[in-house]
Design a protein around this ligand. Structure first.
Ligand SMILES: [Zn+2]
Length: 464
């Protein structure tokens, strides 16, 4: 009796567990799964193919194509009138930062909340992001004033261990910048409120040697990529948006040290002068780039430097302008006005474009809304899709293992309804997500993403 009671209980627990796991994720086994849909985008081609099939075994794609034969032992998942695509990548997120619709509330929260609590909140951002179809992110900066914690490194490692559900993360730790610049965490506060001036351990540098030391310190602590602010920014209180903030010598040292350690460099930059200097210094991508002139964009194209436009960030700020202090409102207006022309020029000139949003400036999980903004400003839908897949895999240095649907690549696969090359907003309706062979979502998301914060109406006219 005792035994059978115990057996019944353990069976019940098993059933409950399998339901719970079913709702969250189905772990990869070596079983063969065949995904079918009416269309397929492989990540690099110029068009979609009909009757797409992807065959997955374990964590890899073992075959992919149009009208493929399906192995007899495969579990077939037919997604119907949908498009299969590689998992999207966002090259500019801040998963560890919490969104708040009010600038000052956010600023106070960052000082108020325990860093452990912020780390726990960040796990929900990771889940919203991957459930929206973003299986990889380049997370460009995580900083908690007065804290020594590397929350982005901890989040990345927890996701890699399977403890937290989220996208593959390449993390930058603390953005590197100048005293009083966009990344100075004490700017705008009373002098010495935090007890000391920030230094290289906070990412703040004032010489080439400092820049080198900061890079070494960040790589030592787990950075996959280096982020620096070479010009002012919109959401910083005491700088002008387009002034240069690191000298050419500081940039050269920073890029040299990063590349020696085989890390790429992404720079926050709105101003044209700072962009020209950063391109000469050899950076790998320019983030935002609002005021870049056509000549600068041509130089970028010739040197193969990527532009990560983050249109979503300025779009969001412009539609919530009253939530920001007056000084920031003026900077946002100027940057947004300039960035639309800059982006159109970049597309015309043929600069390599990497899809990136600046998620945290808007609620996490709404990343795909960037696609429509890109298309509205002149990019072909298929090029926008490539920017979030093959282009980003190239920029992130992970093209060998993911970014396209190809034999031997990791099984990072998503599906969206209809045809995104005909209606790009299909990207906002991703309903199936597989990461490394594990099904994270097949149907409605587990959380209601940004339920109260839907931001600018989808039919709104472009901001410019
Ligand atoms: Zn950012």
């Amino acid at each position: 009796m005792k035994f059978s009671g115990c057996y019944r209980w353990s069976r019940l627990i098993l059933i409950i567990l399998s339901f719970a796991l079913g709702a969250v994720s189905v772990w990869a086994t070596d079983d063969v799964i065949a995904l079918k849909a009416h269309r397929l985008f492989d990540g690099r081609s110029k068009s979609l193919v009909p009757n797409g099939v992807v065959i997955v075994q374990g964590n890899k794609i073992i075959d992919v194509g149009s009208n493929l034969g399906i192995p007899g032992d495969a579990r077939v998942i037919d997604l119907g009138d949908a498009t299969l695509a590689p998992g999207f990548m966002d090259a500019h997120t801040h998963l560890t930062l919490d969104y708040s619709s009010d600038y000052n509330v956010r600023r106070l929260n960052e000082l108020d909340l325990n860093v452990s609590e912020q780390a726990i909140i960040a796990t929900t951002h990771a889940r919203s992001t991957v459930e929206a179809g973003f299986t990889t992110v380049r997370d460009l900066g995580s900083r908690f004033v007065g804290s020594r914690e590397f929350v982005d490194v901890a989040l990345r490692n927890s996701i890699n261990k399977g403890v937290v559900v989220g996208p593959r993360m390449l993390v930058a730790t603390k953005g590197i910048g100048a005293t009083g610049g966009h990344f100075d965490p004490t700017s705008g506060f009373r002098d010495f409120l935090f007890g000391r001036e920030p230094d290289y351990t906070d990412g703040i540098v004032d010489s080439p040697d400092d820049a080198r030391k900061a890079v070494r310190f960040e790589v030592k602590n787990g950075a996959d990529v280096i982020k620096a602010a070479v010009s002012g920014g919109v959401l910083s209180l005491v700088d002008e948006v387009d002034t240069p903030q690191l000298t050419p010598a500081e940039m050269a040292a920073l890029v040299d040290e990063s590349h020696r350690l085989r890390k790429k460099v992404a720079v926050h930059c709105h101003g044209d002068e700072a962009a020209r200097e950063a391109i000469e210094a050899g950076v790998d991508s320019i983030e935002h780039g609002s005021f870049m002139k056509p000549e600068t964009l041509t130089r970028m194209k010739n040197k193969g430097v990527f532009l990560t436009p983050t249109l979503m960030a300025s779009e969001w700020i412009m539609h919530k302008l009253e939530n920001y202090p007056p000084a920031l409102q003026a900077k946002a207006k100027a940057a947004t006005l300039a960035r639309s022309d800059m982006f159109r020029n970049a597309v015309k000139i043929g600069v390599k474009i990497s899809f990136g949003t600046d998620a945290a400036v808007f609620p996490h999980g709404q990343n795909a809304r960037e696609f429509k903004l890109m298309v509205d400003l002149g990019m072909q839908p298929i090029e926008a899709l490539r920017s979030a897949t093959a282009n980003n895999a190239e920029l992130l240095g992970i093209a060998q293992k993911t970014g396209t649907l190809e034999k031997g690549k990791l099984a990072d696969i998503i599906a969206m309804p209809g045809d995104p090359s005909a209606d790009i907003t299909a990207t906002e309706q991703v309903f199936f997500v597989m990461k490394e062979g594990k099904i994270i979502r097949n149907g409605p998301p587990s959380v209601h993403v940004g339920a109260e914060e839907t931001g600018p109406a989808k039919t709104a006219a472009p901001v410019d």
